[in-house]
Every structure is written in C-alpha cells, then in structure tokens.
Ligand binder design. Structure first.
Ligand code: LLP
Length: 424
C-alpha cells in the first residue's frame, strides 16, 4: 500500500494527502504512480520465466488515461470489454498488437471497430458470438484471431458477484462443449484459432482455485492437440486478490510458478489480464467528516463520500481501511461510517474502530485504486468524483470534478409533446 505517516501527516509518495484534500476538495481519488509501476514490475519479473509473456492490464479496474498510459509506458497490453474501453486503450497508446477483447456480448459494431483497429485477440465466450464474429470479419474481408474463453467449472472461493468460473456463471464456453466449438471455429470463415482463455473470478485470496483451473486448462490444451488444434496463446485471466484488511494475499511469483508448472511445456505465449492487483493498492479515496451523529445504539461518522463514489462496500460488502489524514495521540472510537446518500446501503463500514474523529477532519479509504472511480455515478445528483495522480512530490488532476452544468445541462426538457432544447 502506498500510504505512510510522516510527521503526523498521511503521505502518498512525497505528498501529504491533506494538501490534496485542501487544494482539490473532497471527495477525491488519489493514485500513486510509483505504486502502479512497482506492481507492474512485480508481474513482469514473476512472469519472466515465460518467454514473451503478455501482461494485458484489465482496464475496467481503472480506465483513467493517466493510469492506462502509465502502464502502456511500462510495456503493458490491455484487456478490454467494450468499444469504449478499446478506444481508451488506443488513446493511451497501448499497441494493438497487445490488446485482447473479452466480454460475454460483443455486438457486431464493436467487433467491426476492433477488427478494423487490428487487435491481437478476441476472447470468444459463446457459439452465437463466434458465429457473429465470423460473419462480421468475413463481411469486412478481415480475419479475427480468436481464443475461446472456457469455463472450467472451478470454485474461485470469492464473493459470489465476482466469481466467473463456475458452470452456473454466464461466462465462457461450457467445459463439455469446448472441443466441439473449436472444431466449429476451425471451419468458419474469417476466424483464425489463436489460443485459449480462462478467467475464474476476481479477488482470489487463495492459489488453490488457480491450481485446479490451470490443471484443467492443461488437460484441455492436450486434448485439443489430439484434435489437431494447436494454440499459440494461453490466457490465464486475472483475478489475484489484494489484502484489503492488511491480511495475507497470494504473491505474484507464486501465481507465476503455478502457471509455469501446469502450462509452460506447451510452448505457447502466456497471456494474463490482471486489473485489481495492478492498481487497487495504489489508490485512496479522500473524504471529509461532515457530522458525527450519536444514534440510539451507535455512533455514525457521516462523511462526504458516498456509495455513488465508491460502491464496493454496498455492492460486495467489501472492506476498505479507513485512516485519518492526521496522526495524533487520541482515543479510539467505534462508528458506522456512512455517506450522505439516501439509502441505508450507503455504508462504508459497520462498527469500525478508528481514532476518534471530529467534523471537518479528513480520512482516506485505502486500496481504492481499482473498481472505485470507474464504478462511480452521479446518483442523488452528486458531482462525479475527481481523480488525482501523485508522482514523487508532484500531483496533478487527471479528471476534474464534474460540474452542475454537465450534470443537469445535457438533460433535454419536454415541452408541448417534444424534447425541446432552447437555444441559449
Ligand atoms: N479478465 C476478465 C475477463 C475479467 O472479467 C476481469 C474482471 C479481469 C480480467 C480482471 O480481474 P482482476 O485482476 O481485477 O481481479 N467490480 C468488482 C470486480 C469485478 C471484476 C470483473 N472482472 C470489485 O470491485 O470487486
């Protein structure tokens, strides 16, 4: 994690976060460039046991151009799941030769856009999608390099909403159909079989599901070899968890060692799609305490960030650390930490013991670099939360706070039976 106290101030790299809270206002996301760089370096070193492993950053975790661009400069590729994400990756100068397009329901127009861009690989998730891709590619006179994303029916032992590799999940080709669908792909025009892909879930804190899944994947690659299907790429997905509560989390090199054990002997190019573990620890969401409210049975710390800025606690019961921006000797207190949105679910933590806080003090929610700002909304007509990048002693706004003009001005009033936009 990129945070430490120095002379009583919570620091990210060489910037006191209180300075940002004052200068930009709160709520605001801050990211450490050094932390992203270190996380990518750890992946690169760990997977150097594979020749030319391709690390495709799952941009869904944090799509800010400054973040994608930082990873592009380090040599990362991108895993995208929509035309919007593809456009963001291209704009941040990720080479098309390192872009993989995942997702359960690519539409023909999105396929056409990606084919014309010349991306490296489509990870195809169903037979209808394969047929649609064949049709689009043929009509354009282009060839789609594909991997089939297979569903190994493995329990990732993570939150049900982010487990993707069980048979009952919507993702991937059912295990029993895989060989037939490859045979079908081999016959289809506009399709070139390039690889195989898998992603069993997100926030995995144990390597055991990977062990089981890679073993199954290896069996499948062998079986396909017997069917005469040779694969140039094996994409093992993303999903390595991060220690939100400071506990133990698996190490990238242990993940690489597992992949090596099961998959290296095929000689295929290894691909992976980490998101959270590259950018999660780099970020903090800064917020100001608005009120401390004594309820009948508990005390509420009401802060100016809300579920629209960081939805993970409401959506996945996720834990995020809470640190005051100023360290000083004081007693602890126990609060329910909540935001201003009119929903009981707008709760960041229940019964959390932290140093006693006063109104107007600032706090940081830790490990919020992944699936934080990207999942933000303007619910309750709150302005879209801004983002700041920290690089050594420098910081800069990489997305400004939304404005009320943007928030309201794009709506078009309805008058006399039609949408009416008055000039001026
Ligand atoms: N590849 C595919 C095909 C994926 O679906 C995902 C994440 C990843 C890679 C990256 O996984 P990661 O390394 O970040 O675990 N919003 C949720 C997480 C959703 C993950 C969806 N897929 C959260 O805040 O926990």
């Amino acid at each position: 994690m990129a945070l430490r106290y120095e002379n009583g101030a919570l620091m990210m790299e060489d910037v006191a976060l209180g300075t940002i809270a004052q200068a930009i206002g709160t709520p605001v996301y801050v990211y450490s460039k050094a932390s992203i760089t270190a996380a990518f370096g750890a992946y690169k070193a760990a997977f150097s046991c594979f020749p030319a492993a391709m690390i495709c950053y799952a941009v869904k975790a944090n799509t800010n151009q400054a973040v994608i661009g930082t990873l592009a400069d380090l040599g990362a590729g991108a895993d995208v799941v929509s035309e919007g994400e593809l456009r963001r990756a291209l704009k941040a100068h990720i080479p098309t030769s390192k872009i993989v397009y995942s997702g359960v329901a690519k539409r023909p127009a999105e396929m056409a856009f990606a084919l014309k861009a010349g991306i490296f690989q489509f990870n195809v998730e169903s037979e209808p999608e394969l047929l649609a891709l064949s049709k689009v590619a043929s009509s354009l006179g282009l060839t789609a390099n594909i991997a089939l994303r297979v569903n190994p029916d493995v329990d990732a032992k993570t939150h049900a909403k982010i487990a993707t590799g069980k048979a009952e999940n919507k993702f991937g080709i059912p295990w029993k159909r895989v060989r037939d669908v490859y045979a079908e792909a081999a016959r289809l025009p506009g399709i070139r079989i390039q690889g195989i892909a898998m992603h069993i879930g997100s926030q995995l804190l144990s390597l055991e599901p990977y062990d089981a899944a890679y073993a199954k994947l290896a069996e499948m690659v062998t079986a396909l070899g017997h069917d005469g299907i040779t694969l140039d790429t094996i994409d093992i997905g993303g999903g390595l968890g991060i220690p939100y509560d400071g506990g133990a989390a698996p190490d990238v090199s242990a993940l690489a060692a597992l992949a090596y054990k099961h998959l290296s002997h095929f000689g295929a190019r290894l691909m992976l799609e980490p998101g959270r573990s590259l950018v999660g620890p780099c970020g903090a969401l800064l917020s100001e305490v608005i009120y401390v409210k004594s309820g009948e049975s508990r005390d509420f710390l009401i802060v100016d960030a809300a579920m629209n800025d960081l939805i993970r606690p409401a959506m996945y019961d996720a834990y995020h650390g809470i640190k005051p921006l100023k360290a000083e000797a004081r007693a602890d207190a126990t609060y329910d930490v909540v935001g201003p949105v009119c929903e009981t679910g707008d709760t960041f933590a229940v019964g959390r013991t932290v140093p006693e806080l006063q109104p107007a003090e600032h706090i940081a929610f830790t490990h919020t670099g992944a699936y934080g700002a990207v999942m933000a909304s303007t619910y309750n007509s709150r302005l879209l939360v801004p983002e700041v990048m920290i690089d050594g002693a420098n910081f800069g706004v990489i997305r400004p706070r939304g404005s009320y003009d943007e928030l309201i001005g794009t709506d078009t009033p309805w008058h006399n039976g039609e949408a009416t936009r008055k000039a001026g």
